[in-house]
Every structure is written in C-alpha cells, then in structure tokens.
Design a protein around this ligand. Structure first.
Ligand code: PRP
Length: 209
C-alpha cells in the first residue's frame, strides 16, 4: 500500500464536522475520536493520516507539503492566502465576516479616521480599501468584541455565527463582508504526484457532504 495521504484538520469547531464527514464515507475514525493527547492519528481503512492543528498551521503545513490536504475555514484562507489549491466547499462551519459597532453608533460618514480591531487585519484592510476608506487597524488575538467596549476601537471586523456574542455585549452588525465555510485545500505538488488518490477521496467527500 502507498504511504497514507496526510490530512491536516483544524482543531475545534471544524474537527467534529470533518470526522462526521469521514464516518459518513464509511471510515473508522476511532483513533481520531479517542485521540487523548496524540496529534498524528491514523484512519487505516482510508489510508489517511490525520494531523490536528490550529487553522493557520493547517495552511502552513499544506503550503510546505508536509501535509497533502487540509481542512480549514475560508476566514483563515482569506487572511493568510498562500500557494495551494482550494478544491471544495465542505458546507459546514458556516458563518460570516462582518463589520460591527456598538449598538446605535454612527460609523460611516464624517472625516475622522476610524479605528478597527480585528483578529483578521488583512481581511479588514482589504474590506476598507475596497470602500476607499482610510482606517487604522489594531490586531487583537482574543475576544475582539472587547475593543469597542473598552473604547480601543470604533468597530470590529470579526466572525459572526449565531450573533449571540455581539448581542450579549451590546454590539450590532452594520455590514456583512463575506460568507465563510470550511474548505478542502491541497498542496500543489501532492495534487500532481498523488492525483488519483486525491481525486478518489474528493469524489467520496463530494458524495457525502
Ligand atoms: C468567534 C468570533 C466571535 C464568536 C462569534 O470566536 O471571534 O467571538 O465566535 O460567534 P457567535 O456569533 O455565535 O456568538 P471563537 O468562539 O471562535 O473564539 P476565539 O475568540 O478563540 O477565536
């Protein structure tokens, strides 16, 4: 048998949905479900090897070719970009990028340069560039909703899923930026060298989304 196809999965929210997808295909994911602290896990009947990683690292591993395939959110793809193929929309992990402010704040109009807090500075920058608006962007790592509450920023560019975090903190969406969902990405060299196996896996995934 060929060496396994190595697939990097984003830990956390997308992990469960990806495992559920593999189980619908019929793969035995016991080793992934009962992983403990292990980070590289086999799915032997699919000849796959699963690596669990943070979203940004999924892209890094796939770009460098140490993983053939990755499952990562469109949010991370938009923020990091990079050289790999984005093959399909997996349909789960649906949410959106949005611009939000404190409820009732007037954001657009006026001549003062606004400050925007975001975990996604590149996404925020290109959104405001597309509007021809000059803004100052502050990168925040944790709960970005805090920034307008602490008066560090006039608004935030962040992921909104249910809207609960915004609502519970007195914030509201003033403009949607882009829809987000989980995507399958593939290393460019793997796509050439292991095309048949990757196409086979892709067909199984597409039939089970
Ligand atoms: C994301 C995002 C919001 C929240 C939105 O954070 O940054 O804070 O989810 O979800 P909601 O609309 O359903 O309330 P996440 O929970 O991924 O945590 P993080 O701050 O560690 O990125």
């Amino acid at each position: 048998m060929n060496k396994p196809i190595r697939i990097a999965l984003t830990k956390g929210r997308l992990e469960k949905d990806t495992i559920a997808l593999f189980e619908r295909i019929g793969y035995d994911c016991t080793a992934v479900r009962e992983k403990g602290r292990k980070l590289i896990l086999p799915i032997t009947d699919g000849n796959l090897e699963v690596v669990l990683a943070k979203a940004n690292d999924v892209i890094t591993y796939v770009e460098h070719g140490v993983c053939d395939i990755g499952v990562v959110g469109k949010d991370t793809i938009m923020e990091m970009q990079g050289k790999y193929f984005e093959l399909c929309d997996l349909g789960f992990g649906r949410c959106r990028f949005a611009l939000a402010t404190k409820k009732g704040d007037k954001f657009f109009g006026g001549y003062d340069v606004k400050t925007i807090a975001s975990k996604y500075p590149n996404v925020a920058r290109s959104f405001f560039e597309s509007k021809g608006m000059d803004v100052e962007i502050v990168k925040i790592e944790g709960s970005v909703e805090l920034a307008p509450l602490l008066e560090l920023s006039d608004g935030i560019v962040d992921i909104v899923e249910t809207g609960t975090t915004l609502k519970e903190n007195g914030l509201e969406v003033i403009e949607d930026i882009a829809p987000i969902s989980a995507r399958l990405i593939v290393n460019t060299v793997s796509m050439k060298l292991r095309q048949k196996e990757i196409q086979q896996l892709l067909s199984l995934i597409e039939a089970n989304i």
